[in-house]
Write a protein that binds this ligand. Structure first.
Ligand code: RB5
Length: 157
């Protein structure tokens, strides 16, 4: 698989070992930075990775910041991206099976590297389950369309 990877300063230390781990498995890894642990802004790297996945130039994206939160929030705003923070292997599996996530945000400060390696392996190995989840994922994606008027607030209550 072709994997785009990026971080901020708080995720920097885990970026290279994760990239190496994936390369050792035969994946093509494109490291979009940063190139040093100097303080930087996670939205810049989230944007680079997310746009590469959205363009189809990478199959999946892996992002690492302190919590995995801000970097996922940013990536998820790019049309075509389904990004989520993931802190456990089970959530990595469900993010793929139920939500067809194409980008994950890892925590470099609160989750050890060994766990993040297992999370990334699961994220890459797990297929979308389809079935009842297909229409729900389509409903996620309609939010990308600025002309989508929303479902309204009349739920018959
Ligand atoms: C950087 O201090 C920190 O805010 C960032 O890495 C991330 O955790 C944001 O969501």
């Amino acid at each position: 698989m072709r994997i785009a990877i990026g971080s901020d300063h708080a995720g920097f230390d885990q970026k290279a070992p994760i990239a190496e781990h994936l390369r050792a498995q035969g994946h093509e890894v494109i490291d979009l930075g940063p190139t040093s642990a100097e303080r930087c802004d996670y939205p810049d790297y989230a944007d680079k990775v997310a746009r590469m996945v959205a363009r189809g130039d990478a199959d999946r994206g892996v992002l690492i910041c302190g919590t995995g939160l801000g970097i996922s929030m940013t990536a998820d705003k790019v049309p075509g991206i389904r990004a989520t923070p993931v802190q456990t292997v089970q959530f990595a599996q469900l993010a793929r099976e139920h939500n067809n996530a194409n980008v994950i945000g890892l925590s470099g400060r609160f989750v050890p590297l060994e766990t993040n390696l297992q999370i990334v392996d699961t994220f890459l190995a797990t297929e979308f389950a389809g079935g009842r989840h297909t229409a729900r994922v389509e409903k996620i994606m309609r939010e990308d369309d600025p002309s989508f008027p929303g479902v309204g607030d009349d739920f018959g209550l």
